[in-house]
Design a protein. Sequence first.
Length: 184
Amino acid sequence: MSGEPEREAEPSGTSKPPQLSGVDLARQALFAAKEAARARGAAAQQKKQARRGGGLRSGARADGRDPLPLGAAINRLITERGWETPAAVGGVMGRWPQLVGPEVAQHCEPQKYDEQSRVLTVVCDSTAWATQLRLLAPQVVARLNQDLGHGTVKMIKVLGPGGPARRYGPLRAPGSQGPGDTYG
């Protein structure tokens, strides 16, 4: 009654798409055909490059395909594989005399590092040196963690020298005759 013609309200999102004429349909079909051809061509190009071993060559700017110096390539490999901690601990084993001193290093040798429990196993050549290293263990752990990063080494497991090789076999009292002895 305000003088404006009433319009029917269309629910949103239900408007009908306009009907395409012949030329518009042809354009749309041509566009779809070109896109499909591009996709097929890109897939064929990728297959061809894969058969040639990549086929891409580095250009004027540096990228990940360029040759690297050996040290940089090794560092990149260590980082990509997550080997930072084992590599650092391996470096510590190589620098053991500088870290603990030449006298201790002469008698105590690192054997292995367990990454799960963060325990460094060290073997000493005498029980006296094993005892000495057990007393020094907190300072050595602190020094290793300062060099490697906090928490890399949680504990040092100190092993003394191994005893003589044990002979397994039948038990006998000294002077007795047992299996394998000849009688008479």
